[in-house]
Design a protein around this ligand. Structure first.
Ligand SMILES: O=C(O)C(=O)C[C@]1(C(=O)O)C=C[C@@H](O)C=C1
Length: 386
């Protein structure tokens, strides 16, 4: 909600939203128009209340030129200012990485219909935009069925304090885009996001083109259009073709028609875990080095019949290597230290999930719940050019 909005009591305990105060009442330097004498004009009760409110929160004094000057006083916070979300009017602002036409923008629209999708240059910027209240949520890719994990976002999940509040699965349908009139055989190089290039490996090998990685699929299309690059193509969505005025030279070029990217919905606050619908919980932990330590950690889930949907390991950046004595001969071994990420099918409101984590805590050297959120049991379709 804009801080210029204010609420007025309707006399029945409820409060009405009023438009911003006129700008003159917010300036301390310009002369104030004379206030109409009370009772001379017909005013509704809410207008009267508004007048009263303005008078209460403004101090009037005569300036050097004899004009009445308004000195704004801080407006008291109301319950509406403290409403947790959305923070910008009724539109939820959702950060995604890339430019309009990126798959992440479609995922944001699927996750939060009617949201205002806010493009960000890097994943890190999207995390920070939520943390700094510039936006309300972020929607970021975490894994793809063909290309695998998006490691950068695993690392950022740990570095930042956001919570996973949902997930959305999008069927990614890639097109080869070019300047209108160009044939795909004329292309010398193809630009796209590294994940998208990896998902179209076979098609691009057959085309025998140079592959160049850029920040996002739609950004590649935008770059080609802006520079009229006739020898360069982009792997991107058909929506990106529409936005940047490119032609679809080939449609559905991903190596497998089952090409699904899973996106996470991130927020400053966690959601309340529930048990009335399928939930997933994502955690991260570290373990002591030793025989069977990962086996023991995973057993806490198996013992309680908790299905694991994902396990990922990342180097522990602050302590990537550990040197240990390996016996009496003075031999030293170097161990890599890992951080594990696990997703399991259960809600933190379930006793068996709580027991599993309590059990894991007995030997994990670090444990953090990243979020407990509703499972996306559907796969959203991505628009095609047909
Ligand atoms: O570049 C885009 O359009 C994105 O939204 C990024 C991204 C990714 O990071 O995996 C998203 C979905 C596809 O898997 C390809 C690229």
């Amino acid at each position: 909600m804009s801080s210029l909005y204010h609420s007025v009591s309707q006399g029945d305990g409820s409060y009405a939203q009023l438009p911003p105060l006129p700008s003159h009442s917010r300036q301390s330097t310009s002369p104030a128009p004379p206030l109409p004498p009370r009772g001379l004009q017909h005013r509704s009760s809410s207008e009267a209340d508004l007048q009263q409110l303005q008078e209460n929160s403004l101090q009037l004094r005569n300036n050097d030129h004899g004009f009445r000057e308004i000195i704004p006083l801080p407006r008291p916070l109301s319950m509406l200012d403290l409403a947790p979300q959305p923070t910008h009017g009724c539109l939820l602002r959702v950060a995604y990485q890339g430019v309009p036409g990126a798959y992440s923008e479609m995922a944001a629209g699927n996750a939060y219909p009617n949201c205002e999708a806010v493009p960000c240059e890097q994943f890190e910027a999207a995390f920070q935009a939520v943390e700094q209240w510039v936006v309300d949520r972020a929607v970021l890719p975490i894994e793809n069925s063909l290309g695998g994990s998006i490691h950068r976002n695993y690392d950022l999940l740990l570095r930042h304090r956001l919570h996973i509040v949902g997930e959305v699965q999008l069927a990614v349908h890639h097109c080869l885009l070019g300047i209108p009139g160009v044939k795909k055989e004329e292309l010398v190089r193809v630009l796209s996001h590294p994940q998208a290039l990896a998902q179209c490996e076979h098609t691009l090998s057959k085309l025998n083109v140079i592959r160049e990685a850029v920040d996002d699929t739609a950004g590649a299309a935008q770059f080609i259009a802006a520079n009229n690059l006739r020898d360069t193509g982009a792997v991107a969505s058909s929506r990106a073709a529409e936005i940047y005025g490119l032609e679809v030279l080939a449609d559905g070029i991903q190596d497998d028609s089952d090409n699904v990217t899973r996106f996470l919905m991130l927020a400053r606050e966690p959601i309340m875990p529930r048990t009335d619908r399928p939930f997933k919980t994502s955690i991260t932990f570290t373990l002591e080095e030793g025989p069977g330590s990962l086996f023991k950690a995973l057993a806490v889930f198996a013992l309680r019949d908790l299905n694991l949907t994902k396990i990922e390991s990342r180097p522990l950046r602050k302590r990537p290597l550990r040197v240990a004595d390996d016996g009496s001969d003075g031999a030293k071994s170097v161990y890599f230290d890992y951080l594990f990420f696990v997703d399991f099918e259960a809600s933190m409101a379930e006793q068996r999930a709580q027991n599993a984590l309590r059990h894991l805590q007995e030997f994990a050297t670090f444990l953090r719940v990243l979020g407990s959120y509703p499972m996306d049991v559907s796969i959203k379709a991505c628009p095609t050019s047909q």
